[in-house]
Design a protein around this ligand. Structure first.
Ligand code: XMP
Length: 332
């Protein structure tokens, strides 16, 4: 399969079309891989999850998935990946909790691009360390999708990105594998239909985008464990309340940001200094520009009450009304 989507390729919109695609890919992957082993970095995002489910169907235990927890995942995220793939799909899955490696390297680093670089590079280091421990791996599977290919063509033409988004790729010389990229000609909406046809849970297939550096770019400035913990708890409350209010169907991306500032508050009749939790909820079609969703006050009140009552260290909740441009979607 080359890197250009043929004009004759139909847009995959129905489960029947997705099934035909899956059947064709299963045959193609089996022919490519034979009885060899394939390695996959499984983040739990839509793309890598769809590739994992597809390859499990095609080659079963010949697929070795590695899930690296960089300590910047959302609440329960790694646990859910393990549950779904190990228990649900009987995947050959290696779980690596690399929280300390990442957080130690990030300690004291406040520049967003430096943080991204550290996270991206360390991700490759951890993944490469795991790959070296394994024997007989011949292929590397990746959840590359068609917009990634179009984006790299743009960058090769010299257009500059505003932020450096990271992917696996760039593995060291001693770990050069042949690539298996079964969804590389698909657009995101097609990947989701394929995911549904593979039987992945709806919530996973339609989950909102989550950046590679994870909560690392939402715990603003130099990351500390206590502020990261507060951010994770506040974010979980926001997501739960958006689910309850049906806003998860209406808002493209929503999350909490916790800056490194403290203000004075009062709790239990005493002075209580804490961080603000900032809510960001945006709608967009292509992430290049974004508008602000009007969230009902009742929902914002409930979220505010819950976060300020339940999250240690947070004493205010703010709602970011800035569209993109001028603000980017993430704060860093
Ligand atoms: P911005 O902040 O640039 O975000 O308006 C646009 C979209 O990209 C996501 N984003 C990232 N994704 N690595 C990623 O994989 C990153 O470093 C990164 N930074 C931003 C962001 O969540 C939004 O969906």
């Amino acid at each position: 399969m080359n890197n250009v989507r043929p004009e004759s390729m139909e847009r995959i919109q129905t489960l029947a079309q997705a099934q035909a695609f899956i059947d064709a890919q299963i045959a193609e992957v089996r022919a490519q891989v034979g009885d060899k082993k394939v390695l996959l970095a499984l983040s739990g995002g839509v793309d890598s999850s769809v590739v994992a489910a597809l390859l499990i169907k095609a080659i079963g235990k010949q697929l070795v998935c590695v899930h690296v927890n960089h300590g910047l995942m959302r609440k329960d995220e790694s646990e859910n990946v393990i549950k779904l793939f190990r228990e649900g799909l009987d995947a050959n899955l290696i779980y690596v909790d690399a929280t300390d490696r990442f957080l130690n390297l990030l300690a004291g680093v406040s520049d967003p691009e430096k943080k991204r670089k550290i996270i991206g590079a360390e991700f490759i280091n951890v993944f490469a360390d795991e790959a070296r421990k394994l024997e007989g791996i011949s292929f590397l599977a990746q959840g590359t999708i068609y917009p990634d290919i179009l984006e790299s063509i743009k960058q090769a033409e010299g257009k500059k990105a505003v932020k450096s988004h990271h992917n696996v790729g760039g593995l060291p010389e001693d770990l050069q594998f042949d690539l298996v990229e079964p969804i590389k000609l698909l657009f995101k909406d097609e990947v989701r239909v394929v995911g549904e046809a593979l039987g992945l849970p709806h919530a996973m297939v339609y989950r909102q985008p989550f950046p590679g550096p994870g909560l690392g770019v939402r715990c603003l400035g130099a990351i500390t464990r206590d502020r990261l913990h507060a951010l994770r708890e506040a974010d979980a409350i926001l997501r739960e309340e958006f689910d309850n209010a049906g806003l998860n169907q209406k808002v493209w991306q929503y999350f909490v940001v916790v800056p490194d500032i403290k203000s004075v508050g009062v709790r239990n009749e005493s002075r209580y200094e804490g961080w603000p939790a900032i809510i960001r909820a945006v709608n967009t079609t292509d992430a290049m520009s974004a508008t602000i969703e009007e969230i009902p006050y009742a929902v914002l009140h409930k979220i505010t009450a819950r976060i300020t009552n339940e999250v240690e260290g947070v004493n205010r909740v703010l709602y970011d009304l800035t569209p993109k441009p001028v603000g980017t979607i993430e704060w860093e």
